[in-house]
Design a protein around this ligand. Structure first.
Ligand SMILES: Nc1ncnc2c1ncn2[C@@H]1O[C@H](COP(=O)(O)OP(=O)(O)O)[C@@H](O)[C@H]1O
Ligand SMILES: [Mg+2]
Length: 291
């Protein structure tokens, strides 16, 4: 049997290169405040992968995506084990666009900091008098470029994204920059409207796109998971201060209250967090996680 090693191990995900396709595995690792915790959150990886699958299916009329299958029977034999079941996605390998496509429907995080300073986010002027976590009149597209290791991602405006893409794909900069912007807004609107009916606010999120062998723009990476987005419960939403995170609030609260714990959490905090992931999955998709 052919064995495989990850070509990339991120904080939370592992990527395997199997030739024409990739296998993206979401592990049960969890990060908080940019640090990987010592504990594993059982089934978190499966929740994230199945959530991406749900969104890819829901939005395939807007843009093609890289998902081929989440069934390990469609993967090389090496992956047909419990370890990869439910948490692995077979994806078409793409030439990735070097821009992170961030869309914000609410003002929070780095967007809030920038707005407080000068009333704008990524060069976009926003109305005066917004409170922290207020809903924006319209979702805004605030791209960034992937930082070299060690650096922070750099926020850019649309014109700069055209330049970055022109450099990566000569002759195609404006076309690709426009397409990824329009897709980003359309995807966010459809999914955020849907999530709201299920009790979850998607405050902001990040999409990544790639280019396929025909030069077409294809949606890639993970999609609308709590790791790539801010999910807030609708219940209790109140602008004027930070909102609780749907999935990581127990973890963050514990870490803040117990700075000496060295990123080792008690089982009851982990159990409550597992329950939150399963709840988010059920709320959004309408079914229990079944993997
Ligand atoms: N279909 C795809 N083809 C090629 N690369 C992809 C595809 N989908 C996602 N990627 C890339 O796979 C990598 C996933 O790594 P990740 O664990 O998110 O770490 P990071 O985002 O820090 O690079 C990213 O570099 C992403 O751009
Ligand atoms: Mg990533």
């Amino acid at each position: 049997m052919q064995t495989f090693n990850p070509v990339k191990e991120g904080k939370v995900r592992e990527i395997y290169d199997i030739g024409e396709n990739l296998i993206m595995v979401a592990t049960d690792r969890i990060s908080a405040f940019d640090v990987i915790l010592k504990n594993k959150v059982t089934k978190k990886g499966a929740v994230l992968t199945q959530m991406s699958k749900f969104w890819f299916d829901l939005t395939k009329d807007i843009v093609n995506n890289h998902m081929v299958s989440v069934d390990t029977n469609d993967m090389p034999e090496f992956f047909r084990t419990e370890e990869f079941k439910g948490n692995s996605m077979l994806c078409k390998k793409l030439n990735m666009v070097p821009v992170e496509c961030i869309v914000r429907g609410y003002i929070t995080g780095s967007g809030w900091n920038s707005y407080k300073e000068n009333g704008t986010v990524c060069g976009i002027k926003l109305p005066e008098g917004l409170k922290e976590c207020d809903k924006l009149p319209e979702p805004i597209y605030t791209p960034s470029t992937k930082a070299e290791i060690g650096d922070h991602d750099e926020n850019i405006d649309f014109d700069r994204s055209v330049e970055v893409l022109e450099k990566a794909f000569p002759g195609k900069g404006l076309e690709y920059a426009t397409k990824i912007k329009d897709y980003t807004i359309a995807l966010y609107k459809k999914c955020a409207d849907y999530a709201l009916t299920r009790g979850i606010i998607i405050a902001d999120t990040k999409f990544e796109f790639g280019i396929d062998e025909n030069g077409e723009v294809v949606l890639a990476d993970e999609m609308l998971t709590p790791d790539s987005s801010r999910f807030w419960p609708v219940e209790g939403y109140e602008p004027g201060h930070g909102q609780p995170s749907f999935d990581k609030q127990f973890v963050r609260d514990y870490l803040k209250a117990n700075p000496e714990c060295d990123y080792n959490l008690p089982q009851d905090v982990i159990d409550k967090t597992i329950a939150k992931y399963l709840e988010a999955y059920k709320l959004l998709t309408g079914s229990e996680l079944n993997v």
